[in-house]
Design a protein around this ligand. Structure first.
Ligand code: 13P
Ligand code: SF4
Length: 352
């Protein structure tokens, strides 16, 4: 049971001491999150991974995050994902074959290596980061997408943004790029479903991917909240649809959402459009300060893959480490890790 797992996790942490660093994303369930040595959004966690001296990084998050940790540590740490089935459905909406197909279709209309910067959201497989590294592109997270796009447009006239169309659209629109300057690349259709003229005219080419959790939030939820709580404020993650972000007062990464809501005054009332575990934890924390925090959807929207990491898997992983056995190591082959690291390092330089 959970109590028994809890005790095993605490005991293993005590034995492993500084050899172990547990990283926890904000979407993790409480029973796991409370054991993390550090928590954060995708950017902060990748920086934590790069910094730690620990021999073992146990990543309570999803697969692409553990891959990033292995890449930024040059394979010199042992990075472990407690449940290998913890993927990301959005990351799976793009793959190398489809992106290469897109690149060669773009080459029928223009010269992509001269005119298009490929930008991948960190929520993507390592080989897509490597693709960006090899084609003059870069990685971004939800907290630095704007700086990354500004860098990209300063170099080439167009951006191919994958896999999340919403982060791409919301960020570009905020920079003054019109919706009429953006096209969606539907990877199930030839030329992404676009005409050559539309491709030539576009500044932003948005891959048709989305987050299955954030797509549940609707502008109507915000409308009803504003009618009920006129003084309330709305804060959303940029993986939300354009209309949801446009109707929000604040838009930003999970770390930004926590920072902003934590800075509020007693009596403030928030509607939050991001994953349920984060919102529930924030609501509990803020209740003590007289601040109300509500979840945006009337239905339960959890990230089912973040939820896969449970105390059982964490306890099993740590027990094995104590016994000298490494299970569920995430290792990115060097020929992929090297160009992927180039695209990640570029992101960190652009942000600084
Ligand atoms: P951030 O925590 O970087 O904002 O990302 C949210 C997310 O969906 C992670 O998969
Ligand atoms: Fe992927 Fe969405 Fe889950 Fe984040 S919340 S890990 S983007 S499916």
């Amino acid at each position: 049971d959970d109590g028994e797992c809890d005790a095993r996790i605490v005991a293993a942490k005590a034995v492993l001491g500084d050899r172990l660093c547990i990283l926890g994303h904000h979407y993790q369930r409480n029973e796991v999150f409370k054991h993390a040595n550090f928590s954060g959004d995708s950017l902060k966690l990748s920086q934590m991974a790069a910094k730690t001296d620990a021999e073992f990084i146990v990543f309570c998050g999803v697969h692409f995050m553990a891959e990033v940790a292995d890449i930024v540590t040059h394979g010199e740490r042992i990075v472990i994902l407690p449940d290998l089935a913890a993927g990301c459905s959005m990351a799976d909406m793009a793959n190398l074959a489809k992106v290469k197909q897109c690149w060669s279709e773009l080459a029928e209309v223009l010269d992509p290596d001269q005119q298009v910067t490929p930008v991948t959201y960190i929520n993507s497989a390592a080989d897509l980061k490597a693709f960006c590294g090899r084609h003059g592109g870069i990685v971004c997270t939800s907290s630095n997408a704007r700086a990354v796009l500004e860098w990209s447009f300063a170099r080439r006239e167009k951006v191919l943004f994958f896999p999340d169309q919403h982060l791409g659209r919301n960020t570009a629109y905020g920079m003054g790029i019109g919706l009429d300057e953006m096209i969606v690349w539907d990877y199930t259709k030839p030329m992404g479903g676009n005409t050559p003229d539309a491709i030539r005219a576009a500044k932003m080419i948005l891959w048709k991917g989305f987050c299955s959790v954030h797509q549940m939030f609707q502008p109507a939820h915000i409308k009803h909240f504003r009618e009920r709580v006129p003084h309330g404020k709305v804060i959303s993650h940029p993986e939300n649809a354009f209309e949801v972000c446009q109707n929000s007062d604040f838009v930003g990464s999970t770390e930004y959402i926590l920072r902003t809501v934590r800075a509020s005054n007693p009596g403030d009332h928030w509607l939050v459009g991001t994953e349920l575990n984060l919102v529930n934890r924030l609501a509990d924390e803020m209740r003590e300060k007289g601040v109300t925090v509500e979840f945006m959807s009337p239905t339960v929207c959890m990230c089912s893959t973040m939820f896969r990491t449970d105390p059982q898997h964490l306890a099993w992983t740590l027990d094995n480490l104590v016994a000298g056995t490494v299970v569920n190591r995430i290792r990115v082959p060097q020929e992929i890790a090297d160009p992927a690291r180039a695209a990640l390092d570029l992101m960190l330089e652009v942000v600084d």
